[in-house]
Design a protein around this ligand. Sequence first.
Ligand SMILES: Cc1cc2nc3c(=O)[nH]c(=O)nc-3n(C[C@H](O)[C@H](O)[C@H](O)COP(=O)(O)OP(=O)(O)OC[C@H]3O[C@@H](n4cnc5c(N)ncnc54)[C@H](O)[C@@H]3O)c2cc1C
Ligand SMILES: NC(=O)c1ccc[n+]([C@@H]2O[C@H](COP(=O)([O-])OP(=O)(O)OC[C@H]3O[C@@H](n4cnc5c(N)ncnc54)[C@H](O)[C@@H]3O)[C@@H](O)[C@H]2O)c1
Length: 458
Amino acid sequence: MRHFDLVIIGTGSGNSILDERFDDWNVAIVEKGVFGGTCLNVGCIPTKMFVHTANVASTPAAGTKLGVDSELHGVRWPEIRDRVFGRIDPIAAGGKRYRVEDCPNVTVFTGEAKFVGPKQLDTGTGEVITADRFVLAAGSRPVVPEIPGIVETGFHTNDTVMRLDELPRRMIVLGSGFVATEFAHVFSSFGVDVTLIARSGAVLRAEDEEVSARFTELAAQRWDLRLNRETVRAERVDGVVRLHLNGPNGAEVVEAEELLVAVGRTPNSDTLDVAATGVATHLDGRVVVDEFQRTGVDGIWALGDISSPFQLKHVANHESRVVQHNLLQPEKLLASDHRFVPHAVFSSPTIAAVGLTEQEARASGVNYVTAVQEYAGIAYGWAMEDTTGFCKLIADPETGRLLGAHIIGPEAGTLIQPLIQAMHFGQTARTIATGQYWIHPTMPELVENALLKLPVKH
Ligand SMILES: Cc1cc2nc3c(=O)[nH]c(=O)nc-3n(C[C@H](O)[C@H](O)[C@H](O)COP(=O)(O)OP(=O)(O)OC[C@H]3O[C@@H](n4cnc5c(N)ncnc54)[C@H](O)[C@@H]3O)c2cc1C
Ligand SMILES: NC(=O)c1ccc[n+]([C@@H]2O[C@H](COP(=O)([O-])OP(=O)(O)OC[C@H]3O[C@@H](n4cnc5c(N)ncnc54)[C@H](O)[C@@H]3O)[C@@H](O)[C@H]2O)c1
């Protein structure tokens, strides 16, 4: 059995661990798919390239209220798709070529890895290897709900939907989280009739309650939104997908040419069989790690979607840097910082958030105050004629420290950054609002005014 100093399973954030400091380590990388993982190939990067294009396609419609009449003549889907993947696919291929051809200390196994014993890994290539250290960076995969007929019906996930041969006339999107709302925005902007099915009474219901309520209201104006629906059965009749639903109005059927399933992601700890090497998992399948990204087995580390409650690329990257440090300096372990993990949803409108939602603040019993500033109340909001966006802040009235920040509206993901910074560096609401200039008239004045409205002492 070949033995290595280090084996990394998964080439998403796991691939960025290796740099010149590992040149004298004998390393193996095992990857079952293409190099670069979810974010590069089927996640963040291609979706945002499609989202940007969708935003451009939506511009003519947005101009009407400003007195600008223009028309969308159509979108050239094959060209858009090939432009996106024409950029991405060579990066994935180049990443693999670099490791195989230019890294003499690295052996790449192209196969689906599975532990077969303590620190013994079947690489899926016919070879079992052992190592002193392992990094579990095998990510997560889309959940397929147990709906009778769904497999026979055929469906897309984020793995396949961005490579469609042609745009369908109609699409059913099952789910109401990040993936569902981002793709609903993309495909509806490209002219596809979208039906979005949510189990509960709100879309993006993990967001702050006011943000989720506003998004749900806007989603209902844009898509055929079916709330409080249970999906009972799926079938395909004459090429058309039919989903049988149960909801407030009783039984109903929705139809479309394509079905996109977006009901969450599950960690790949089961397919990797981490139990065979003694690594424990939570009930939801996440590998158990401590603050240093150590599993319970000496020398086995985990990072990213396989172990994190935050299935986000910036978190996977952060944890990968922590694991990198801890592999190199085990005597000076670094802990991951998960105190203020922000996220953005790149739908329309965009949403960004960090810290507590109001429902979480209420449930936790902390003393808090809130302030809301609408885009409609700032000069740049007048310019955009925005009537639906807002920034909501939650703060400790005694210390002036922010507990949570939520923005729904244009450029939310960009606007929230000073608030993330303030939370990390312990700045008070008054300090951030009044201790610096805010350029007038810009969108960040939304944040400035929300901060000024907070009834806090500092
Ligand atoms: C549609 C979509 C959009 C997203 N957009 C964003 C976004 O805008 N911003 C954001 O922060 N996050 C986004 N995410 C989440 C982000 O993509 C993930 O959190 C991140 O990619 C996780 O990185 P990772 O390294 O843990 O896993 P991955 O990048 O998934 O890497 C895991 C790798 O392991 C390989 N693998 C799995 N099992 C095995 C095995 N047994 N043997 C060998 N190899 C194996 C896989 O093939 C894969 O290459 C998005 C996710 C999706 C699905
Ligand atoms: N912009 C970003 O950062 C971004 C974008 C996409 C994905 N992601 C990451 O990927 C993860 C997975 O995204 P996702 O949208 O698949 O999951 P999600 O957890 O965001 O949403 C899943 C949704 O599906 C619903 N659901 C679950 N089972 C269902 C069923 N049987 N029928 C109908 N609805 C059902 C849930 O109630 C939930 O609303 C996200 O949690 C996020 O961390 C991030």
